[in-house]
Design a protein. Structure first.
Length: 396
């Protein structure tokens, strides 16, 4: 037992001695290496003092249109369902399905023989009423002459005057009846109420139609509307721009060739959708080439406001730190210094920044900032031209 205890006491001492010897040996090896390679340490020290190559950009000042973007849906300004106002048989169909028609162009002709007969009957009655009235007026003149000479009484004269008044009233009724029959006769010629494209035709020659039967629908194609929504925070700038004048809106069509169309804002809804927090808008576009079609999805962009004398930098130049966003600005000695900024807008790869200490013309680090610390020496490998693009996305 005593031998075992003695072994346990000796073992930790031996381990400590071995460790110390190993450290001494490592130090000796390192010293020999430095003695034989004095240039290695010098080279490492030199590397730490060399400037870091970076890509820089210049802070630019310019007017930046605040571009808003949204998904839009093309919709027709109006769609009219053509319906007959008579119960009659179709005697002719003048259009084809999918045909473009102009306002007033004939679409259908109904059998109007009954209406023609009614027009002739009422016009005959109207002619008779006019003749009766003229005869009664001549008779009234004779009665007035006889009354002045004392040959007839006042009562006889009143009868003649009442007859003229009754015939004049009857003539008015007959004229209205004739006018109504002529209007009914006109209903047999169905013309296009608007210019547009016709849809499917549900009747044919010989079909019996009733009032309110849909014969065809016509959709206005030119001009055409695009409906879209924007966040409610954009309402005030939109309203102010809309009140000042025309707000231009651009749409981009989906397809192999990116085609764009420019129109104008025509409608801002009077309420905000409480479920989505958006406001509904509508723009009007000329569509003579018919490339915009109802139901089509398009990308909408507009710039209701412009930031005057805004400072812009490449978006990658904006760094995130524990105290917020900042820029690494180069000073006269070639060293970098952080400047706190606020990002107001990001679009087209550029950021609009605001800060008390930044001004136009400053050189900032655009790429390579991950290797820098405040006060680091840098060298400009190349420079990026700054400038806000004509379109973009609102960062808000």
């Amino acid at each position: 037992m005593e031998a075992i205890s003695e072994i346990k006491r000796v073992t930790p001492v031996r381990r400590l001695r071995v460790t110390i010897l190993g450290l001494i040996l490592a130090a000796l090896i390192a010293g020999v290496w430095v003695w034989r390679n004095p240039s290695g340490a010098t080279e490492a020290k030199k590397k730490t003092s060399e400037p870091t190559p970076v890509i820089t950009a210049v802070i630019n000042q310019q007017n930046v249109p605040v571009q808003l973007a949204a998904n839009g849906t093309v919709s027709a300004q109006q769609t009219v369902a053509v319906r007959p106002q008579l119960s009659a048989m179709i005697s002719a169909v003048h259009i084809r399905e999918g045909q473009f028609v102009r306002k007033g162009e004939p679409l259908f002709t109904l059998d109007a023989r009954t209406e023609d007969a009614n027009v002739r009957r009422t016009e005959g009655q109207l002619a008779k009423s006019r003749a009766d009235l003229r005869n009664a007026e001549r008779n009234l003149e004779r009665q007035r002459e006889l009354f002045r000479q004392g040959f007839i009484s006042q009562a006889a004269l009143d009868v003649a005057e009442n007859q003229v008044d009754a015939l004049r009233a009857q003539l008015t009724v007959d004229e209205a009846t004739a006018q109504a029959n002529r209007i009914a006769r006109g209903f047999s010629e169905i013309t296009a109420p608007i210019s547009g494209r016709s849809g499917a035709i549900s009747v044919y020659q010989g079909s019996l139609v009733q009032p309110n039967d849909a014969l065809v629908s016509i959709t206005q194609i030119d001009p055409i509307n695009v409906s879209f929504t924007l966040p409610e925070r954009e309402f005030i700038p939109l309203q102010q721009a809309f009140a000042k004048g025309e707000v231009l809106v651009t749409v981009e069509l989906n397809g192999p060739q990116k085609q764009t169309r420019t129109g104008r804002l025509i409608f801002i809804d009077n309420t905000v959708d409480t479920a989505s927090g958006t406001i509904r808008l509508k723009a009007e576009f000329p569509n003579a080439d018919r490339h915009l079609w109802p139901g089509m999805f398009v990308m909408v962009s507009l710039a209701p406001q412009t930031l005057i004398h805004a400072l812009t930098v490449p978006v990658q130049a904006v760094q995130n730190g524990p105290e917020g966003k900042f820029l690494y600005v180069l000073d006269e000695t070639g060293k970098v210094k952080p400047f706190s900024v606020e990002v107001r807008l990001v679009q087209e790869g550029f950021a609009v920044v605001e800060g008390k200490a930044i001004t136009s013309g400053m050189h900032v680090v655009a790429e390579g900032a991950q290797n820098l610390r405040p006060g680091s020496a840098v060298t400009e490998a190349s420079s990026i031209k700054t400038g806000a693009g004509p379109a973009g996305r609102n960062s808000g």
